[in-house]
Design a binder for this molecule. Structure first.
Ligand code: ADP
Length: 459
């Protein structure tokens, strides 16, 4: 069984620090990488060692420089690489090159990165497993005529999606044949720009769904289970802002059916490591597959809070070859796993909600955070004196609260948000407070269009 002694995190910010913390507790030596622009970033100080990568490259390309990252790994006695989320996390080339260099990739098998990185292929796998599917195009769509024919057949609205899309980008909702004419070209060029591939496909656009996703964990011994579901319907333009677990507003039978569907799909493909199966649930009690994310997700913290399971440490131990139910991981069997209470995660960002969520940059003159019982903070570059640059995503710190009831978790989050003192850059804290106090949020009675259709959240 390979024992991991040193982990390099091919990432930055919050998730790099999250993985270093997991490693520290396991007695694993940690190596950070950083771009020139991140010379003063916190994540490099949270690792035992840190090395610059991608010299001469753009701030983003530095973290995508697979060969330079492998150079650091080889020069510094690294035996495993954790990709975090974003950047190279779903890039099959990193996993392939790790295998070639004899390094452990902490994540799923290469074949699963390839399988789920292509959303049409992901749909095929879900269909094979007998999961309910949103009506969609058979494969890629290569002409406007095909878009128009699909719109005619399924009825508008429809959604154009990039085959390699992710992070809420590369999608376009189309309400009519006239709109399709411009949307088709724009979707293709956006996909090309964002993902280097202009292939697109189509789905019927569902009205008022909830985004429900299931955390999956599988080992190399054929054990695979779910860690229950999350409700990530608080979104702005298809990007998640606040996530909760469990999805208490849905009937328990529906939640069970969704979790079982996720397990069925992932067992069918013999998945290993952490992954998420995403669904849209409609008010008529039905649910439909949308995609699989074969990596750790930003919102994994809410699942950790209600199950007590450290998902990142579990990923590492799975990569070392341990059994989910052995003494090293010690997960109970599926039917014995329960949840306790409710958790909420807020993504605190340096964005200005009054100005279309424009990212703000500059020096944090003051940074004081909330704290106390039931509050967990996963910070990125969050400290007094840090400089928020325009080069990367604007996530400053994730606040996750836990309470025996959803209302207690809300009360704790509101207190936590009020305790924050952040000066020097604008943040979305007031917006988050508005969400948490909204009667629909309190009742769990909201769908993915809640934020976009609730202008009072923005004041
Ligand atoms: P990404 O990989 O970019 O996150 P997803 O396929 O997961 O894209 O979709 C993100 C969000 O977009 C969903 O949570 C939902 O709000 C919306 N969405 C995606 N597909 C549909 C659809 N067919 N109907 C309605 N909303 C959709």
């Amino acid at each position: 069984m390979p024992k991991i002694n040193t982990v390099l995190v091919a990432n930055r910010g919050e998730i790099a620090i999250r993985v270093f913390r997991a490693c520290n507790e396991l007695g694993i030596r940690t190596v950070a990488i950083y771009s020139k622009e991140d010379t003063l970033s916190l994540h490099r100080n949270k690792a035992d060692e840190a090395y610059m990568v991608g010299e001469g490259k753009s701030p983003t390309d530095a973290y995508l420089d697979i060969e330079d990252i492998l150079r650091v790994a080889k020069e510094h006695d690294v035996d495993a690489i954790h990709p975090g989320y974003g950047f190279l996390s779903e890039n099959s080339n990193l996993a392939r090159r790790c295998a070639e260099e004899g390094l452990i990739f902490i994540g799923p098998r290469l074949e699963h990165l390839v399988m789920f990185g292509d959303k049409i292929n992901a749909r095929k796998q879900a269909e094979l497993a007998g999961i309910p599917m949103i009506p969609g195009s058979k494969g890629t769509v290569n002409s406007l005529d095909e878009v128009l024919a699909f719109g005619e057949k399924c009825g508008y609205p429809i959604i154009i999606k990039a085959v390699n899309g992710g992070g809420g980008r590369g999608m376009r909702v189309v309400h009519s044949a006239e709109e399709a004419i411009t949307a088709y070209d724009m979707a293709k060029s956006e996909a090309k720009k964002a993902f280097g591939n202009d292939e697109i496909y189509l789905e019927k656009y569902l009205q008022n769904p909830k985004h429900i996703e299931v955390q999956i964990i599988g080992d190399t011994h054929g054990n695979l289970m779910h860690l229950f579901e999350r409700d990530c319907s608080v979104q702005r333009r298809h990007q998640k802002l606040v996530e909760i677990a469990p999805a208490f507003a849905l009937p328990i039978e529906q939640r069970k059916a969704i979790c079982e569907a996720a397990v069925k799909l992932m067992k069918n493909v013999d998945y290993i490591s952490a992954g998420t199966v995403e669904f849209l649930a409609t008010p008529d009690g039905k649910f439909y597959f949308i995609e699989v994310n074969p990596r750790i997700q930003v919102e994994h913290t809410v699942t950790e809070q209600i199950t007590g399971i450290d998902i990142v440490q579990t990923q590492i131990k799975i990569a070392e070859g341990y059994n989910l139910h052995g003494p090293e991981i010690a997960l109970p069997q599926q039917d014995e796993l329960t949840t306790i209470g409710h958790a909420i995660q807020c993504r605190i960002t340096t964005e200005d909600p009054s100005n279309n969520f424009m990212p703000d940059t500059g020096k944090l003159i003051t940074y004081r955070s909330g704290g106390g019982f039931g509050i967990r903070l996963d910070g990125g570059n969050a400290f007094t004196g840090s400089v928020i640059t325009p080069y990367y995503d604007s996530l400053l710190v994730k606040a996750t609260t836990w309470g025996l009831t959803h209302q207690i978790a809300i009360t704790k989050m509101l207190r936590c948000l009020k305790e924050f003192r952040i000066r020097g850059v604008k943040t979305n804290i007031q917006f988050l407070e508005n969400v948490l106090q909204n009667p629909h949020f309190i009742k769990g009675d909201y769908t993915t269009d809640f934020v976009d259709n609730t202008p009072e959240l923005f004041v």
